[in-house]
Write a protein of this length. Structure first.
Length: 126
């Protein structure tokens, strides 16, 4: 039986050239706000906005989250800001939730790396 060598003519045909992706359009804050408000006021569906702007749902959802955070912070009373309470309790809860999600992802990733790492033989360690 003949052993096939990687990248030899017998194992693969010529590789297909990759199509260059057009540069992603960067939208201004005003364009993003208009898109978000169109969804929030139910003038458009999120899928329609994503399709028109050629962005995926994850990107659009990040825009919505950032818009909500910015709105909550902007609407916080100036009295609380003067006393040093920069973030409202609602915004603090929102940010804490996001931190918890990110922390959990990091912990999960570290556990996965530790499990994948082969345990060393303690007898070989000096």
């Amino acid at each position: 039986m003949e052993t096939k060598i990687k990248n030899s003519p017998t194992t693969s045909s010529s590789p297909k050239p990759k199509k260059p992706h057009p540069p992603a359009h960067t939208y201004s804050a005003q364009e993003k706000a208009q898109a978000i408000l169109a969804v929030w006021t139910e003038r458009c569906k999120p899928a329609e906005v994503c399709r028109e702007m050629k962005v995926n749902w994850i990107t659009f959802n990040h825009w919505q989250q950032r818009a909500m955070e910015g709105m909550l912070q902007a609407l916080e009373s100036r009295v609380n800001l003067a006393r040093g309470e920069v973030l409202s309790p609602r915004l603090q809860a929102l940010l804490l939730k996001q931190q918890t999600i990110h922390t959990k992802k990091i912990v999960d990733r570290l556990e996965h790396i530790q499990l994948a790492k082969a345990p060393e033989d303690p007898a070989k360690t000096p």
